[in-house]
Write a protein that binds this ligand. Structure first.
Ligand SMILES: Cc1cc2nc3c(=O)[nH]c(=O)nc-3n(C[C@H](O)[C@H](O)[C@H](O)COP(=O)(O)OP(=O)(O)OC[C@H]3O[C@@H](n4cnc5c(N)ncnc54)[C@H](O)[C@@H]3O)c2cc1C
Length: 482
């Protein structure tokens, strides 16, 4: 420990930001995780980075002292792997620069920035890029894993709009990755998660969006769930790219917009974002009438930035969360039956089954053009048990496992950003088999020692016991398109 103390002093002298240890102001905040159930991790040091040089220093320090390294942007990942227990946590929350170039429709963003902050800046120019469906998640982890959001059927995933990234790799080298430099790394960053380096800046393509869109939700009684789900499937098949609708099984929240007598009632919600004119949205959503009278309808024109904040309360920090998720190639009758089977009713406030649409621009990107897999699926599906009291896990986990057991036979694959602690096979299922082999080759090139392993891990191809050896491409893997 004495040695560690001296070494930590050296580290503090070497960085422009701050080095925090237990007891220091800011340390506990840096250890906070969105999922309380993953909490309690205590890094030996947190390096609150002020720039990319600090990131490199932290990586080299961890290597020199053989300490585990984790990378934290906003701590939203359900597994909590953004924070190391006993090692070094690279905290990027202080990297908060945003630059918007309205003329060229570009935004350059650092990883401590939240989607709501980026949207607020880009919407000043009537622009936006696909970001998460709430405003408080960060730009980095979400984009590196793929990035689902309200705009994706029109404009592609967050990763599809990534034009370049500044990265510090496992040996502390800083480099830019884009189509024309380090294209292999650039390919891997779009879907490969945090496996290839620490991203210190992301450059996004922007699109004209809003500022007014049609958003909100229509809620139906849970008894109608099977009928609504089947209607949703058929409706989605003909929906325009401007329309994104989620179909969620939940309980009505204790929110001001919900009449007291409906709060806590099991329901099925269609959550809507339409990017076209109010008139066109009205036409495209007219078919909702086929479903009859809803319990509650909160749908209308609103600013895109308001839509982005509508569900923030549901995503607030500090609940206990356990989830399972995958893709549904089709929302078949059998899948609907599984979702609405006895015993699957959502048990409490906050827990949710979310069916989210893919299609549109997502499906038009080639399966191997980025590392993101399963682009051809009709929808993604996640089952999230959420509770507030420590010690109440058993019943909530049992519910999620029960729903998932029924649904799993109808699912394929996994979305890395939503995976829990589910083991290496599930990580592999997130990718097309060819993409998986390429990712492992690129991992071997950029991170042969698996420095970046606190994530949904893609192991290096060589020297990994039990895994199939894949030859790295001739020459510099980073300078070839995989
Ligand atoms: C409330 C809530 C809402 C969500 N909504 C959506 C949504 O709408 N769409 C969607 O696609 N996903 C969504 N997610 C999932 C989200 O994409 C993942 O949790 C993602 O991992 C969060 O990344 P982060 O950087 O915010 O979190 P962190 O927990 O800080 O990071 C997660 C992991 O990402 C990697 N990472 C983070 N930053 C960097 C970086 N700068 N460089 C390299 N690696 C990095 C690291 O491996 C790290 O362990 C949501 C999650 C929550 C909790």
């Amino acid at each position: 420990m004495e040695l560690a103390t001296a070494a930590v002093r050296d580290l503090a002298g070497a960085v422009h930001g701050a080095v925090l240890r237990a007891g220091d102001e800011g340390y506990d905040e840096a250890c906070r995780l969105w999922n309380a159930g993953a909490g309690g991790r205590r890094p030996l040091v947190v390096v609150r980075c002020a720039d990319a040089a600090d990131v490199a220093t932290a990586i080299r320090y961890a290597a020199r002292h053989e300490l585990e390294l984790s990378v934290r942007s906003t701590g939203h990942n359900v597994t909590g792997r953004a924070v190391s227990d006993g090692g070094v946590t690279v905290d990027l929350s202080g990297l908060r620069d945003v630059r918007v170039d309205p003329g060229r429709r570009l935004a350059s963003v650092q990883p401590g920035v939240l989607w709501g902050e980026l949207d607020a800046r880009t919407q000043e120019a009537g622009l936006a890029t696909t970001g998460g469906r709430i405003s408080t998640t960060g730009v980095a982890g979400l984009t590196l894993g793929g990035g689902f959001g309200w705009l994706m059927r029109r404009h592609g995933l967050a990763a599809d709009n990534l034009l370049a990234a500044d990265v510090v790799t496992a040996d502390g080298t800083g480099m830019r990755a884009a189509e024309d430099c380090e294209p292999g790394l650039f390919w891997a960053l779009r879907g490969g998660g945090g496996n290839f380096g620490v991203v210190t800046s992301l450059e996004f393509r922007l699109h004209p969006v809003g500022p007014v869109v049609t958003g909100g939700a229509v809620f139906y009684a849970a008894e109608q769930a099977a009928r609504v789900l089947r209607w949703y499937r058929d409706f989605l098949a003909g929906a325009p790219d401007d329309l994104s609708v989620q179909c969620n099984l939940l309980r009505l929240p204790p929110a001001p917009f919900v009449p007291p007598e409906l709060r806590g009632r099991p329901a099925v919600a269609l959550a809507v974002c339409h990017l076209g004119t109010v008139e066109r949205a009205g036409r495209d959503l007219a078919a909702l009438r086929e479903l009859g009278e809803p319990l509650l309808r909160r749908l209308g024109p609103m600013r895109y930035t308001s839509l982005q904040r509508l569900y923030d309360m549901a995503g607030r920090f500090g609940s206990f969360v356990y989830g399972r998720s995958g893709y549904l190639p089709e929302l078949t009758d059998a899948a609907v039956d599984a979702l609405t089977a006895p015993g699957c009713a959502v048990p409490g406030a906050g827990s949710i089954v979310m069916i989210s649409p893919l299609g549109g621009a997502v499906a038009r990107v080639g399966e191997l053009d980025t590392a993101v897999g399963h682009r051809g699926a009709a929808v993604s599906c996640s089952v999230d048990a959420v509770w507030q009291r420590p010690g109440a896990a058993a019943a909530h986990v049992a519910w999620a496992d029960r729903v998932w057991a029924g649904l799993r036979p109808h699912c394929s694959g996994a979305y890395v950003n939503e995976l829990g602690d589910e083991g290496p096979e599930r990580v592999r299922e997130a990718y097309h088999p060819v993409a998986w082999q390429r990712l492992r080759v690129l991992k071997t090139h950029y991170d042969p020692g698996n420095v970046f392993r606190l994530n949904q891990n893609i192991p290096p191809a060589a020297g990994n016991a039990g895994s199939r050896t894949v030859s790295p491409p001739a020459g510099d893997a980073g300078s070839r398109k995989p």
